[in-house]
Design a protein around this ligand. Structure first.
Ligand code: WT7
Length: 636
């Protein structure tokens, strides 16, 4: 069979042209590279009106057979996971594909014995340890739908997500260290579960060994259960046959409203797309060491730590800690220690490490590096240059990968060593991906040297299928703004060479350190503070985070110290959402710029937060134009 990997720019252009002219022929050929229990009857059935998208209709498979079983034949002893603890003195772990297969099978038995079955929703709230990968794959193996919740989210956020999906089982850990701070995962989960009557069982991984309370009849220990399976010889588990379009997972992400939406991805298309993009963008070759610094709690971890690399038989470095512990050289220490060849990270991490200076890079051997990757937000020129010069030593292509939780995998990116790169450009679409720029009215903007709103006009296998429990929300959010197009909510320019550069969100979604947070969510959280009457939140440019959160707050009571109230409001946001949503700046105001119909004019607030005070545009439609002057004067 022809290799899945494109090997020259000429070939890319040919393959791309073919993928547009005959998408079904193209993806049908790609899909031949995977293990199926039953082949498809039809490659693609779709419309963007409902929307309804089905890839590989009629096929049956289990993604874990593609990530595990099929490698046992000739690469069972290859390393699947090289795990590095948060604690630099704790021994690293090495897990082969054979071992991972065994662990996943055992845990599939544990889940089954705890009552889980195909179609159930299982919430995973865990540290970055191999057992998280095991839990993810064990869910997939039994056909349960995993909903991973990032370990930085609050009890309230967990409860919202568990309730929305009506999960009946939870897998968590006692606790985990992040830097020198312990996160008490089980305690936070216990707080969440008070409001989650659907959860019948909680499996608790022993990681930090800090004291926790175990609820009788509900909670069991991961280690004890796994030992029991081992004792009973339950080390193999036949993978459940899944229909191509059965849901594989739900992952919650922020939108323009206050309520996070559960993005649903399905088995076959997601698998094919994650693996195809992984192999082509990073040009992964067997034996190479690949390190993605994301957390499995985000889509990057799902697609490019778990499914893409494992479906490709890759060796993955998995890191539990943070880039700055015990010092800002930790990433480079890990690259040196494991001789990492491919490093996939985020602009916010690069900027924060850049700020610590070159001392932490100087004495590290980074000569193993061959390919660098960036994801999560537009990478600014300074960070790009630093990454290129000081980490890649000018020898490593940087793949600036643009995509979204909803796209399942990377849509626009260079292919390493194949696509000529340009700083800050995501460059060209992957085969099978058909971008289109449109103006406000939805008219296509043709030609080069133009900019507009980025849409995709044809389905790719990793496209979002629905938002869990609310298909109408999926339709209105992504498919209703422009007829027959998937709308990304990103602004984008296409330069003279036809290269794409993503300029950022055009909706009320902020991008804080590469993570999406809706303004409405933060406002709702701030408004829960007793002293707050109303608030409005916008993003402003932030040196490290890319964007920071600027909150304008109207107080009911001015008798307290402003700094104390700021702290209290921040604590409220942390409790309601999580520390990532904490405002960087809180300005107290007496009014907000509203139109006569009561709509807050964020455009004005955004400009003030950005420091653009002179050119605020038309303010004549404001109910009270005077509030703007006051806000300007008291700007932080
Ligand atoms: C939003 C999606 C998909 C992985 C991580 C974020 C922004 C993502 C890039 C990039 C410019 C980027 C977009 C997008 N974004 N990658 N390479 N260049 N912007 O996933 O939380 O779903 O956020 O992140 O604005 O819409 P997400």
């Amino acid at each position: 069979m022809k290799s899945l990997q494109i090997s020259s720019f000429e070939e890319y252009k040919d393959v791309y042209a073919y993928s547009v002219q005959n998408p079904e022929g193209f993806w049908g050929d790609v899909a031949e590279h995977f293990t199926w229990k039953k082949k498809w009857d039809q490659v693609l059935d779709w419309n963007f009106t409902e929307p309804q998208v089905a890839w590989f209709k009629g096929a049956q498979l289990n993604i874990t057979e593609n990530c595990l079983d099929r490698h046992l034949v000739d690469r069972g002893d290859d390393v699947a996971i090289l795990w590095e603890s948060n604690d630099p003195d704790e021994a690293f772990r090495k897990i082969t594909y054979r071992e991972l297969h065994r662990e996943v099978c055992k845990f599939a038995h544990v889940l089954t014995q705890q009552g889980a079955k195909k179609g159930d929703r299982i919430c995973l709230y865990m540290p970055m340890v191999p057992e998280l990968t095991v839990a993810v794959l064990a869910c997939a193996r039994i056909g349960a739908i995993h909903s991973v919740v990032f370990g930085g989210f609050s009890a309230q956020s967990i409860a919202d997500r568990i309730q929305d999906a009506a999960c009946n089982l939870v897998v968590t850990a006692d606790g985990t260290m992040r830097g020198n701070k312990e996160i008490f995962l089980k305690n936070i989960m216990d707080d969440a579960l008070v409001h989650c009557p659907t959860v019948e069982r909680v499996i608790v991984l022993e990681r930090s060994n800090s004291p926790i309370s175990m609820i009788k009849g509900r909670d069991v220990f991961y280690g004890e259960e796994m030992a029991r399976m081992e004792g009973q010889g339950l080390t193999d588990f036949p993978a459940v046959a899944m229909e191509a379009e059965d849901p594989l997972f739900i992952l919650y992400t922020s939108g323009s409203t206050g309520k996070p939406k559960g993005v649903v991805h399905t088995c076959a298309g997601y698998m094919v797309f994650a693996a195809y993009t992984f192999q082509n963008i990073f040009q992964y070759k067997r034996g190479q060491i690949y390190f993605c610094t994301a957390d499995i709690g985000w889509i990057t971890g799902h697609s490019y730590i778990v499914y893409g690399p494992l479906a490709s038989g890759a060796t993955n470095v998995m890191f539990e800690g943070i880039p700055t512990f015990p010092d800002a050289g930790r990433f480079w220490e890990i690259v040196d220690k494991f001789k990492v060849n491919i490093l996939y990270t985020a602009p916010t991490a690069i900027r924060s490490l850049m700020a610590y200076g070159l001392d932490y890079v100087k004495n590290k051997d980074l000569s193993s590096l061959q390919v660098l990757g960036s994801v999560g937000e537009p990478i600014n020129e300074e960070a790009w240059n630093w990454f290129n010069t000081h980490i890649g030593k000018g020898n490593c292509p940087i793949v600036d990968t643009w995509w979204q939780t909803e796209t399942g995998g990377i849509l626009i990116s260079p292919l390493a060593n194949i696509t000529p790169t340009k700083p800050c450009f995501a460059t060209l679409p992957l085969p099978g991906v058909q971008p289109m720029l449109v103006d406000e009215k939805g008219e296509e903007i043709v030609g080069n040297g133009v900019s507009g709103n980025l849409c995709i006009k044809f389905p790719w296998p990793g496209i979002i299928r629905t938002t869990y429990g609310d298909h109408e929300r999926c339709r209105t959010t992504y498919f209703a703004t422009y007829e027959n197009l998937y709308f990304t909510s990103d602004g984008c320019l296409r330069d003279e060479d036809g290269y794409y550069r993503i300029t950022g969100r055009v909706d009320d979604v902020m991008n804080i350190s590469g993570h999406r947070i809706g303004t409405a969510e933060v406002e709702n959280a701030i408004n829960m503070h007793t002293g707050v009457i109303e608030s409005a939140v916008v993003a402003f440019p932030h040196e490290i985070k890319g964007q920071g959160i600027y909150a304008y707050v109207i107080l009911s009571d001015h008798s307290h110290q402003p700094d104390q109230i700021r702290k209290d409001i921040s604590a409220t946001v942390t409790r309601i959402i999580g520390a990532i949503a904490r405002p960087d700046k809180i300005q107290f105001v007496t009014g907000l710029p509203k139109t006569r119909s009561g709509k807050i004019m964020r455009r004005i607030l955004r400009k003030i937060a950005e420091g653009e005070l002179s050119n605020l545009g038309d303010t004549s439609t404001l109910l009270d134009p005077n509030v703007v002057d006051q806000i300007k004067e008291e700007r932080l």
